[in-house]
Design a protein around this ligand. Structure first.
Ligand SMILES: Cc1cc2nc3c(=O)[nH]c(=O)nc-3n(C[C@H](O)[C@H](O)[C@H](O)COP(=O)(O)OP(=O)(O)OC[C@H]3O[C@@H](n4cnc5c(N)ncnc54)[C@H](O)[C@@H]3O)c2cc1C
Length: 457
């Protein structure tokens, strides 16, 4: 393809303005490089904005203050174990080692008040290590990055300007990006960073790569249609873990919201329409999606009490769930059973099953005390959150071919790159999404910038 006739040229073009793209643009921008960031649809936002914004990191000052002993090595072990040892250990190590820096950047450089989530542990975590911004939503993190970029004269954020494809020279080296609704603009770039997330909102790709989730609701943003992964594949890039995804088994059916993951960890029980438990409730919420979808009507009812609600009541995300009307309350189990049309005797049996001396039939740890009135409940279902398969990258986030060689000038991160969770939803450990997105964004922006600065000196 011709390298002439560019409408605009920049040192670095970043495609996608979510966690990975904004972080990459910030890293390159603060090193003085001329950056253009293309975002398909800033109105609908990115997954990182509607996310809970939980970033795993170890070791951090927050952990030290809370008396939590942890290390990058320990974090790496948890991620690899949960992925069934399918995740690339070199990438996992690189991301775990840089993870404390992510928290520091948000705190010290971007002015976001971060906190360590000490409300409840997470399945698969050997230590408390999820860090969040205010209200435990992703929006303050994204807004802080966007404001920082707005203050950089060398960074142009082109909103509502989708990337439409890559421009290469005769040897296959990337030279720029086609952009605009019809791909009518040609942007020349010395480095291109793909940060368009995965294909969670592309029904055709879901049917092809993750048939078990065909037709299942996606709670991610509509703009993530696998563009970067397709462009990379067209250039001969390797892909991995294309059947991997993060599901969510705590989505409030019909309400467009979800229960916070702490609720089952704090002791909620979850029953099917027959009032019976069907799985351990405190397993990862990603794999729990499949368990719920296998029940009658593809729904279940989560039941919890006021003590559990008190722990999460201050969170914006929880307040939104309550405001949506998804949570119903009752003064007795019988009343709650009637509200959700559940057989009361079966519900009582299910409650009794969670406490006492007998081993739990689903392997959950015994609850220290039975739930107490007032009771609360919500009808939940399973959903697709985001895909985990994508372009294979090296520890510098450079996109690789199947023979291990890098495609010149091309980087990828976040959901556009192969994830940390392997081929199955149970491989997803809470926080894998943002660790890979902010982490590979940091690495890609830094490496792309350093490679250009080295050349100019
Ligand atoms: C409800 C929800 C909760 C979550 N909670 C967490 C959590 O607490 N912790 C965690 O680790 N992960 C969480 N995740 C996952 C996490 O949000 C994603 O893994 C992460 O946002 C991926 O980052 P990204 O930069 O790759 O994609 P995104 O943040 O989704 O950004 C991609 C951007 O690219 C844009 N784009 C797409 N195609 C193009 C194109 N052709 N041209 C230009 N722009 C394009 C999109 O419009 C979007 O703005 C959650 C996800 C959801 C949906």
């Amino acid at each position: 393809m011709s390298t002439e006739g560019f409408d605009y040229e920049a040192a670095i073009v970043v495609v996608g303005g979510g966690a990975c793209g904004l972080m990459a643009a910030y890293q390159a921008g603060r090193r003085g490089l001329d950056v253009v960031l293309l975002e398909k649809d800033s109105r609908l936002g990115c997954n990182a904005e509607i996310a809970s914004g939980s970033i795993p990191a170890a070791p951090t000052a927050h952990q030290r203050r809370a008396g939590v002993t942890d290390s990058a090595e320990q974090m790496m072990g948890d991620i690899l174990r949960k992925s069934g040892n399918q995740a690339d250990p070199d990438i996992v190590r690189a991301l775990c080692e840089r993870s404390p820096e992510l928290i520091r950047i948000f705190e010290d450089e971007l002015g976001v008040a971060m906190e360590l989530n000490t409300d409840a542990g997470r399945y698969g975590f050997s230590a408390l290590r999820l860090h969040n911004g205010p209200g435990r939503t992703g929006a303050p993190l994204i807004q802080a990055l966007r404001s920082a970029l707005a203050g950089m004269g060398n960074v142009t954020c082109a909103d509502r300007t989708p990337g439409a494809g890559l421009i290469t020279d005769g040897s296959g080296a990337v030279m720029g990006v086609r952009a605009g609704m019809r791909g009518e603009q040609r942007l020349g770039a010395q480095r291109v960073i793909l940060a368009c997330d995965g294909f969670g909102s592309n029904a055709e790709m879901i049917a092809r790569y993750i048939p078990e989730m065909r037709g299942v609701q996606s709670i991610g943003v509509q703009g993530n249609t696998g563009d970067a992964i397709r462009w990379g594949m067209e250039l001969g890039a390797a892909v991995a873990h294309m059947s991997g995804y993060q599901g969510h088994g705590l989505v409030c059916a019909g309400y467009g919201t979800r229960l916070v993951p702490e609720i089952p960890q704090l002791g909620a029980i979850i029953v099917n329409r027959q009032g019976e438990r069907f799985a351990r409730e405190d397993q990862g919420y990603s794999e729990f999606a499949r368990e719920v979808l296998a029940q009658d009507g593809q729904t279940a009812v989560a039941i919890f009490d006021q003590r559990m609600v008190d722990v999460v009541a201050r969170l914006d995300h929880w307040k939104d769930t309550v405001a949506s009307g998804a949570v119903k309350s009752a003064q007795s189990l019988q009343e709650l059973a009637a509200a959700f049309k559940l057989p009361p005797e079966a519900l009582e049996r299910s409650f009794a099953q969670c406490c006492g001396d007998l081993p739990d039939p689903f392997g959950r740890a015994r609850l220290p005390a039975p739930a107490e009135a007032p009771f609360h409940g919500a009808v939940i279902t399973g959903a697709m959150v985001h895909t985990q398969g994508g372009l294979v990258v090296d520890v510098h986030a450079r996109v690789l071919r199947p023979d291990g060689s890098a495609i010149p000038n091309l980087y990828a991160g976040g959901g556009s790159a192969a994830g940390l969770s392997g081929d199955r939803p149970e491989g997803y450990l809470s926080g894998n999404g943002l660790l890979s997105a902010y982490g590979l964004g940091l690495i890609a922006g830094e490496h792309a910038a350093a490679s250009l600065l080295a050349r100019s000196h």
